[in-house]
Design a protein around this ligand. Structure first.
Ligand code: ATR
Length: 287
């Protein structure tokens, strides 16, 4: 049913593979909750097929959509216009059409920050973060915390060279380390974020360093959400540290895109979180 004379709008999430994506579930929740006229669908797009997909996207009725693994960098390279945030991160996750031009942004940084603001607002009184990992997710997290005023980001990565590349990208507030520096840096951490796939279901468990040297006020966040209670979060919780799980970032990064395509800024609330967690349970990937 059309509402208020609005035309029916179609949005997508493209990736390869894409069947595991929770995005159709969360956007579908908002569409039905607000009784909006539209659909959000998962479209498998193979590597090498990105240009073909976008060449026919307007014709197929799409107003825009999300871009996920492995296309975030590839789409970054072909859009007509991208904003400063996506340039800083070097990847896009949200696109839309404006006068037949393909526009792009990256909402992962604001998604990460909004989730911390929501779940652990005291994080803003800190100045020093330890970031585990130096991939695309790490770039989004660093971009977000520096924009929020953090003074120091220690990037800890298995491959030091990749951490150094991020220091070159983000500048003098960032420092590159390997894992053996963790315990030395831990006492200064106001925020610890895991952006690696360590702890993700299906990955061989790499041992984590001890969290014993983290100060009592340190907030520990994991962007992995399968499982929701990662080993890192469990270890932090055992030490009475405040923890922030990864599902909230997924929910928060989705809201600005939804507003672009469907015209209403949706709320990230308990109902949405429970709906998405139930879907995860059903898909069998919450363990
Ligand atoms: P994303 O874009 O999701 O961040 P990515 O670019 O592939 O993914 O980055 C994955 C990150 O997880 C990297 O920091 C990687 O470390 P390397 O740069 O040394 O490869 C890290 N990572 C993945 N598996 C790991 C493991 N078993 N132990 C330590 N670090 C790991």
């Amino acid at each position: 049913m059309m509402e208020g004379g609005d035309r029916f709008k179609k949005a997508f999430v493209i990736g390869w593979p894409i069947s595991h994506s929770l995005s159709p579930i969360l956007h579908g929740y908002w569409l039905s909750k607000m009784n909006l006229s539209g659909i959000y669908e998962a479209v498998p797009v193979a590597p090498g097929e990105i240009s073909n997909f976008f060449n026919s996207a307007i014709e197929k009725g799409y107003v825009g959509g999300n871009v996920t693994i492995p296309h975030k960098e590839g789409v970054f390279a072909i859009v007509d216009e991208k904003d400063e945030v996506s340039k800083a991160i070097g990847a896009v996750n949200t696109v839309w059409f404006e006068d037949n031009r393909l526009m792009a942004t990256n909402t992962d940084a604001t998604g990460f920050i909004s989730n911390l603001d929501d779940c652990a607002p005291k994080w803003r009184s800190g100045t020093t973060a330890l970031i585990l990992g130096a991939g695309g997710a790490s770039r989004a997290v660093i971009c977000g915390i520096l924009a929020a005023g953090y003074q120091t980001a220690h990037i800890i990565n298995r491959t030091e060279e990749r951490a150094k590349e991020l220091v070159d990208r983000f500048g003098e507030k960032c420092f590159a380390h390997t894992w053996d520096a963790f315990e030395l840096l831990a006492p200064d951490a106001d925020l610890l974020v895991n952006t690696t796939s360590i702890g993700m279901t299906g990955n061989a468990e790499t041992s984590l360093p001890s969290l014993d040297k983290l100060p009592k006020h340190c907030i520990v966040s994991d962007i992995v959400y399968t499982p929701l209670k990662t080993k890192l979060l469990t270890e932090a919780w055992k030490r009475d540290l405040q923890t922030v799980d990864g599902i909230g970032m997924l929910l928060h990064q989705a809201a600005p895109g939804f507003e672009k395509w469907f015209g209403v800024l949706p709320k990230v609330d308990k109902g949405l979180r429970e709906h998405v967690l139930a879907a995860m349970e059903q898909k069998g990937n919450s363990k």
